[in-house]
Design a protein around this ligand. Structure first.
Ligand code: ADP
Ligand code: MG
Length: 258
């Protein structure tokens, strides 16, 4: 049976969306069947990153109970051309939809959780997906908590900012630990000089390791090439020999065993 992975973080801009998409492309290259759902209803970004036309139905509609999940999914396999199969479910980026999603009450959120939980059956069992990836909103958004609750594994992305490290620590104690899910940290955007020098090893990593009980799955450097690409290059697909791609391959392999 396939696995659901939620990608989450305390702060925004840590690299959740970038890593989710690249992880999906990496799995597709490994001939897996994967699906990515944009669960960041406050700042949807998959549609623009993948330069897709809007779909008739959005993930919002599925959570609202107005359509089946299969109506939402876009088959991205031929466009991705990475092998395997890849599907995406988009969040509606229209301003009105952002407003609508931010005004949902608890009752709605509980029903939305039920719908998310049922994806295990429809996507993992019926469609026989190997991986379902949730790209989430940062922090304690209801939609993100629902994504975490529905997931088998949680990948928490953190930068080396003190506020991020501290926030991630609080969320570990007050959120991730409660759900007793397999959870691991990816440290992202780490300055390259920190990887080899003692500044990083004695400073940042120590600070991180001492405040965290969660395992650090991988440390990913900050790549100017990634920034330069303007956010639309899926490195794992477009730049197979780039070191960023190699990092993703390593993460994908570790996640398989995790
Ligand atoms: N390892 C990295 N090196 C350089 N830039 C990165 C790296 N990871 C993410 N970024 C960049 O940081 C910005 C925020 O990433 P994004 O995936 O949108 O974060 P989030 O989804 O967590 O808000 C994007 O411009 C992205 O390309
Ligand atoms: Mg994002």
């Amino acid at each position: 049976m396939g696995k659901i992975i939620a990608i989450h973080s305390y702060k925004g801009g840590t690299g959740k969306t970038l890593l989710t998409l690249n992880l999906a492309a990496t799995y597709a290259k490994m001939e897996k069947r994967v699906c990515v759902l944009d669960m960041d209803f406050r700042a949807p970004s998959l549609q623009s990153i993948l330069q897709l036309d809007g779909s008739e139905y959005w993930l919002n509609d599925y959570l609202n109970g107005t359509c089946d999940i299969k109506k939402v999914l876009i088959d991205y396999t031929s466009q991705c051309n990475c092998g395997g199969e890849i599907f995406v479910g988009l969040a509606n980026p229209a301003t009105e939809a952002l407003r609508d999603m931010s005004s949902k009450d608890r009752k709605w959120e509980m029903r939305a959780l039920g719908r998310l939980l049922s994806l295990k059956n429809t996507l993992l069992n019926d469609m026989e997906l190997d991986y379902l990836l949730f790209d989430t909103s940062p922090g304690l958004q209801y939609s993100s908590i629902n994504a975490i609750v529905s997931a088998d594994l949680v990948l928490v992305i953190s930068t080396i900012d003190t506020s991020d490290i501290e926030g991630t620590r609080r969320m570990t104690q007050e959120l991730y630990d409660l759900f007793e899910k397999k959870t691991a940290i990816l440290m992202n955007k780490v300055p390259v000089e920190f990887l080899s020098s003692s500044i990083g090893k004695d400073g940042v990593y120590k600070r991180f390791e001492t405040v965290h009980t969660l395992p650090i799955l991988k440390v990913i450097p900050c790549f100017c090439d990634v920034l330069r690409s303007g956010g639309i290059t899926v490195f794992s697909r477009d730049e197979p020999d780039h070191p960023f791609t190699k990092h993703l391959e390593d993460i994908a392999a570790k996640m398989e065993k995790f």
